[in-house]
Design a binder for this molecule. Structure first.
Ligand code: AHG
Ligand code: MN
Ligand code: MN
Length: 338
């Protein structure tokens, strides 16, 4: 490894400690959650890296609560996060995209003042074809009184109340990006030493983007305003330069590219799926928090996404997530739908 003389080596643990020290009132509990998540991410990364070598490829034969086919690695990643996070005394409940109800803290462990929501393996249908997958997480402060287990009510809070959020991308390298509301920071896993090292401090996304990520095989189900918006992004109405269309089909991978390069990820409502596909609590809110911290924006097509008050754990939401100017275009052009 070659270092420039002015390059500091900062591990994720060191960075979390230094961030916490800026807030004398911090109890260290949130930092503990982030450490534990980084450990879980390393364990999932090691499983994903070996996916083609050991017999964990392919479907596990069960369906998750959304009726989707569950892959073996989904089950493994879900278990790793649950087991890495249930005993630290910092959480009072968890919820996963892969489980119908909330995940209680086992009675032998202490409950804390936070709840964790996560998508253990995002883009899991891509595993069989060696395309990047990810993990997405969101941390909220409990709002119900008491010191025992948390409830669904603690989970159903708008995105702007998140105290931390982030994602891990298992791509050509493994990266973890998180925010606690003081910028979005990225860390790259050095597999030879097993440490996440600070590689992308204070990520800023371009004001206007070059990438458009959308699955346009749903075009025939879109409303006319959505079709007009897509023509705009492609430059077909001569109102802007055409964007480059890039769609991996793993939200984390599409999001990560667009965050760094600028652009917008779009998963609109359509006549078959009136709320789109992506889940507000496990996918949309955490990525919206990161995006806003990087100078971008996120809308559900009607309002700022993080202002939406959730009513269900597995609620879906239309998603317009990316560079500020491009999200503003969506909000303006979709007014016609209201
Ligand atoms: P998950 O694997 O967690 O169920 O998420 C899959 C999601 C997301 O990663 C991706 O952006 C989207 O599904 C793709 O959906 P389409 O195939 O409908 O475009
Ligand atoms: Mn997902
Ligand atoms: Mn998933």
């Amino acid at each position: 490894m070659i270092f420039h003389s002015d390059t500091s080596i900062v591990t994720i643990d060191r960075f979390i400690i230094e961030q916490e020290a800026k807030f004398p009132e911090a109890t260290g509990e949130l930092s503990g959650i982030l450490y534990d998540l980084a450990v879980a991410a390393k364990m999932i990364s090691s499983k994903v890296r070996r996916a083609g070598l050991i017999d964990i490829l392919g479907a596990a034969g069960s369906e998750n609560v959304q009726g989707e086919h569950q892959q073996k690695l989904d089950v493994i990643a879900n278990l790793i996060i649950t087991k890495a996070m249930d005993h630290g005394g910092r959480l009072c409940a968890m919820a996963s995209e892969e489980e119908e109800g909330i995940i209680a803290i086992p009675p032998q462990f202490r409950c804390g003042k936070y709840v964790l929501l996560f998508d253990p393996l995002d883009g899991s249908s891509n595993i069989d074809v060696n395309v990047p997958v990810g993990t997405i997480f969101s941390v909220l402060r409990r709002i119900t009184p008491g010191t025992g287990n948390g409830t669904v009510e603690d989970m159903l809070q708008p995105g702007f109340t998140q105290v931390a959020a982030g994602y891990v991308i298992y791509g050509s390298s493994t990266m973890m990006v998180y925010t606690t509301g003081h910028g979005a920071h990225g860390f790259t896993l050095d597999p030879s030493i097993g440490e996440f090292l600070l590689s992308h401090p204070h990520i800023r996304t371009p004001e206007r983007g070059k990438y458009l990520s959308v699955n346009d095989s749903y075009e025939r189900y879109w409303s006319e305003p959505v079709r007009a918006l897509m023509r705009r992004y492609r430059g077909l109405d001569s109102q802007r330069e055409p964007m480059n269309v890039r769609y991996v089909g793993s939200l984390v991978a599409d999001f990560h590219r667009n965050l760094l390069g600028g652009g917008i990820f779009v998963y609109p409502a359509n006549s078959k799926n009136p709320n789109g596909k992506l889940r507000l609590l496990y996918e949309c809110n955490p990525l919206a928090f990161i995006q806003e911290q990087a100078g971008g924006a996120c809308s559900d097509g009607r309002q700022r996404l993080m202002d939406v008050v959730p009513t269900e754990l597995h609620q879906r939401s239309p998603l317009f997530l990316g560079s500020k100017a491009d999200v503003e275009t969506a909000a303006a052009m979709l007014q016609a739908e209201r």
